[in-house]
Design a protein around this ligand. Structure first.
Ligand code: GLU
Length: 308
């Protein structure tokens, strides 16, 4: 069968979707740079979405700093920046409508679940996956507004081709169980918000850190449930680590990037991403050269990249 004209003419759309729980560090910068160069090398657009639904951990100051840093580095996004904190009504509409048949209220606390698993362990020799919600509340018909809301995830294996990590298979029900999509205080789960926005923004290419890979089959099922699927290409980048193997992350207090010499920083990040060197120049010219040389091949099947 011939691909439809719209698929042939569809412009690739990628995105960078930082959570402003801290400033950019070398790990998040490489994600931004790789997704930018990759989508631009395909002639596509690069959108910027601020994933700030977690009001306890996100901070407006970090958002502002991220925008300044990206601009200083010449990583100019296309179109307007989307702030998820301003879109809570949209996510709630999807929960109330398209996803309603698959959601249920849940009153289990961390403590009650710990008791549940202790009982199971006492009764059998099996080692349960405690990450997986045991569906205690699925038949209780609890008020959805008064309780946290869970979403039923499919109990079958979903496969997809990852352009960096190769073929992936996972059963989201076995790995995650029915995930909390809205907390009792109204906070929206980030993978729900990300799926809705990736769909609504027409994102075709998602390139992000390997730490999100365990959520991807849940996201693929969410996009199907929402009937919003445009994402056709997935790429999970190796994580940036110190020479001792420790992952660079906000939890590990990774140093914020220093943008006083943006050209040197771009050169360093490209080297870390195992790309061919570019001539030291203005960030804009360096990025143009990096785009023309961009190659995913050196990243293939790698899970970590160590800072030299
Ligand atoms: N907001 C997530 C983060 O900063 C990224 C989610 C995604 O790219 O899908 O880790």
């Amino acid at each position: 069968m011939e691909p439809s004209a719209s698929l042939l003419t569809q412009r690739p759309i990628g995105r960078f979707a930082p959570s402003p729980t801290g400033e950019l560090h070398l790990g998040s910068l490489t994600t931004a740079l790789a997704s930018y160069c990759h989508i631009k090398s395909l002639g596509g657009e690069w959108l910027l979405r601020i994933e700030d639904t977690d009001t306890e951990r996100c901070d407006r100051q970090f958002t502002e700093q991220i925008l300044i840093d990206l601009e200083t580095l010449g990583l100019q996004w296309d179109g307007d920046v989307i702030h998820q904190s301003e879109r809570i009504d949209i996510y709630n509409d999807y929960l109330r409508e398209a996803l309603a048949p698959l959601t249920y209220g849940c009153q289990c606390s961390r403590k009650s679940l710990a008791r549940y698993w202790d009982n199971i362990e006492n009764l059998s020799d099996l080692i349960p996956n405690k990450q997986r919600y045991p569906r205690c509340c699925i038949a209780k018909d609890l008020d959805k507004q008064q309780h946290k809301l869970r979403l039923q995830l499919p109990n079958y294996a979903i496969g997809f081709m990852d352009g960096i990590q190769g073929i992936q298979w996972d059963n989201p029900q076995q790995t995650l169980g029915d995930m909390v999509v809205r907390r009792q205080d109204g906070m929206i789960n980030y993978i729900l918000a990300a799926s809705i926005d990736d769909g609504l923004q027409g994102i075709t290419h998602i390139m992000r850190g390997l730490d999100i890979l365990p959520m991807t089959t849940a996201q693929i099922s969410l996009l199907q449930m929402l009937d919003l699927s445009a994402v056709s290409h997935w790429y999970h980048l190796p994580l940036i680590c110190h020479a001792n193997g420790q992952k660079l992350s906000k939890q590990n207090l990774a140093q914020p990037i220093d943008t006083r010499d943006p050209s040197a920083l771009i050169a360093e990040a490209l080297k870390l991403l195992q790309q061919l060197p570019v001539d030291l120049d203005t960030p804009e010219r360096m990025l143009r050269q990096a785009i023309s040389q961009w190659d995913n091949a050196p990243l293939q099947n790698k899970q970590q990249l160590a800072i030299f």
